[in-house]
Every structure is written in C-alpha cells, then in structure tokens.
Design a protein around this ligand. Sequence first.
Ligand code: APR
Length: 233
Amino acid sequence: MYHNIVVLTGAGISAESGIKTFRDADGLWENHPIEEVASPEGFAANPSLVYDFYNQRRRQLLDPAIEPNAAHVALADLEADTQVTIITQNVDNLHERAGSSRVWHMHGELMKAKCRSSGRSLEISTDFDEKTVCTCCQKTGTLRPDIVWFGEIPYYLDQIQDILARCDLFVSIGTSGQVYPAAGFVRALEPKVPKIEINTDATAISHSFNRHFVGPASTAVQEFIQVLKSDQL
Ligand code: APR
C-alpha cells in the first residue's frame, strides 16, 4: 500500500455534485469573461459584479441540494487506510464536508472573505460587498472574496512543494491541466512515483501520467481505489 498519496482535484470532481466547471460546455467562463470576475483589475473596475459573482456561487454551494458526491466520499474514506493529502484548485467545501481532513485550497475558498486591511481570512457564509462591515477591522469596503484571481500567487506553494516531495503516489482528478502551477505538479515528481489521471476526457497533461481511469469521477475514483487496494496499480 502507498503511504503518502497526494490527490490534485479540479472542478470535474464537483461536477456531479451540480457545481459548474470552468471550461466544459456551459461552464462558468462561458457566461463571464475571466478577466471581468476573476482578476484584481476586474474587481477594481466593477466590484459589485465581482461581489455578485461570488455571492451567487456561495449561495449555490449552501443550497442543500449541493453535496459531496461518491468521489469526494471515496477519497475521505481512503484516509482510514493511508495518508491522503488533497491539493484542490476548487473553492467549494465538498472535500471537507465529505470528511477529508488534509485539504489545501490553493485557489482560495468561497466560504471565506479576505480583509484587505489586515490580510486575514475570515469565515463567511452570507453575501457581502463593499458596504459590509469587516469583523476584524470594523471598516467597510475592506472585504474581498478570498479567491486567488488570475495574476495573483496561489496559496500554500511552499507547503505544496514539500507535500509533492514526500508523495509516493500522485492522482489528478477532474482538472483540464490548463492552469499553472497546478498543471505542472505532475512533472515535478520523481519518475518512480506512479501518476494516475482520472477524467472524463483527455487533458492538456494526460501524456504525463502512467495510467488513466476514464469516466465520471463518481465511479472512476471508486474503480481506482479498488485497483489500489488490490495492489494492482
Ligand atoms: N468527472 C471527472 N472529470 C470531469 C467531470 C466528471 N464528472 N466533468 C468534467 N470533468 C473534467 C473535464 O474533462 C475537464 O478536464 O474536469 C475538467 C474541468 O476542467 P476546468 O473546467 O478547466 O476546471 P479546472 O481544471 O479545475 O480549472 C483550473 O482554472 O479557471 C481557473 O481557478 C480556476 O481552479 C480553476 C482552474
């Protein structure tokens, strides 16, 4: 059995929970030019559009109909057998709600706001905007979505480097491999580390993986875990 499994997840793992991906048909970027709602420049130009974009996605995440799917649960259950560290590009909280205990959100979290005065991240579950009084500095206009926007540095890159250096099995689930640095993690690994890709389709980085489980994450992750547990990887 492997002792230090690292799993990189993207929007595809949450697709079957009802959360839109970014680049699939009818994806998030079809309705919103990225630069308008996911960049510091877009926020400066039209803050209310950006607050509204993330308020809508947070409200959707809080909808009782949106819950972890079998892929999130299978990864959480795998922690009973071995150490599993999840590095996610997703800003939803479905890994945590499924029971995963080691989750690194490199692109931030919908359920957090960041105070631009103190730099602190604050748990939040309601809509907020430039009129919201920040609980840490008591000022208005300082809160922004705690999301890493294009042109900003992803979170936890030092920790992620250490995590990848200790990894003995790497699994990529539901990411198109089009956004760096996440798309480059697989190439930072020792050649001897098995590299598994789980996706409905081929991706920009499929050639970097030794083995592919093709299909929706809700079934393909369970298939992968069965093969893993029967030592046939
Ligand atoms: N099961 C498995 N994979 C799926 C499923 C599914 N049910 N549905 C879609 N996919 C795959 C698609 O084939 C695609 O490869 O999920 C991937 C989704 O790709 P993107 O929409 O590009 O999402 P992601 O790779 O997470 O984007 C990375 O880009 O826009 C930024 O910050 C944003 O974190 C995001 C980053």
